[in-house]
Design a protein around this ligand. Structure first.
Ligand code: ADP
Ligand code: MG
Length: 237
């Protein structure tokens, strides 16, 4: 499902942190929202998922206007860096939780949990508790829980930030694989240009609440729009 953000404006008190930002993510695309700390990545993501209301502009998922819809009616899911799994529940119950809330019947829940667990390669971990899993495995469970109700849009806020270097590499590949296999529209928020370049179809590079350039990784590296982009992408003139 394509996502169209138009003239998005966000203020905190008297300070405008995002001013009339436009962003288009194609159906099935994975887009990186990249930029230094404080540039407005999370603020944009919170507006898209409905945690924050927008002070101006509009948001569409396909031809559906979701600008004023509450988060739970948007068909969008977020995976945060602290996975926030329920510690007292098994992996299986963690993944099933969003389905139970929606009162799916037991057979449907078992089938959906099984399928998503296979997809993210945790089929053998369903009876464990979160504390009995590695960081990478916990992240897979969080991904499964986010995907189990088949949202239109998946948002990932620095999902790899808490993982060690080796796991981070592995999970880059894994998240990208799951995104490709499901064809879900996804936005990855990151401050790491290598992560953005290796995982995403296109990159929107932000600075101080503005998109400096939106392009494919290769275009952005080879034809940076300005010195900031060149410097951030590690290819200064
Ligand atoms: P990023 O995710 O890119 O690091 P954020 O979107 O979190 O940046 O923040 C963008 C700007 O908005 C920063 O200047 C930050 O201080 C400010 N900001 C974010 N959340 C709040 C808030 N709840 N109240 C006031 N200012 C905020
Ligand atoms: Mg942030």
């Amino acid at each position: 499902m394509e996502l169209i953000l138009s003239k998005f404006t966000k203020r905190f008190g008297a300070t405008t942190v995002i001013s009339e930002m436009d962003l288009h993510v194609g159906a099935g695309e994975m887009l990186a929202l990249l930029g230094p700390s404080g540039c407005g990545k999370s603020t944009t993501l919170f507006a898209i998922c409905g945690i924050h209301r927008m002070d101006g502009g509009s948001l569409h998922f396909g031809d559906r206007d979701v600008t004023t819809l509450p988060a739970q009616r948007r068909s969008v899911k977020v995976v945060f860096q602290n996975y926030a799994l329920y510690p007292h529940m098994s992996v299986s119950d963690n993944i099933a939780f969003p389905l139970r809330v929606k009162r799916h019947d037991r057979a449907t829940i078992t089938r959906k949990v099984g399928a998503i667990a296979e997809l993210v390669h945790i089929g053998e971990l369903l009876d464990r508790k979160p504390a009995q899993l590695s960081g990478g495995q916990q992240q897979r469970v969080a991904l499964a829980r986010a995907m189990v109700r088949e949202p239109d849009v998946l948002l990932l806020d620095e999902p790899l930030a808490n993982l060690d270097a080796k796991l981070r590499l592995e999970m880059r590949t894994e998240i990208r694989r799951v995104q490709r296999e499901t064809g879900i529209t996804a936005i990855l928020v990151t401050h790491d240009q290598v992560e953005a370049m290796s995982m995403c179809d296109r990159i929107a590079l932000m600075r101080a609440g503005q998109i400096e350039q939106l392009a494919t990784p290769v275009q952005m590296y080879e034809n940076p729009a300005n010195q900031f982009v060149a410097g951030f992408m590690g290819n200064p003139p």
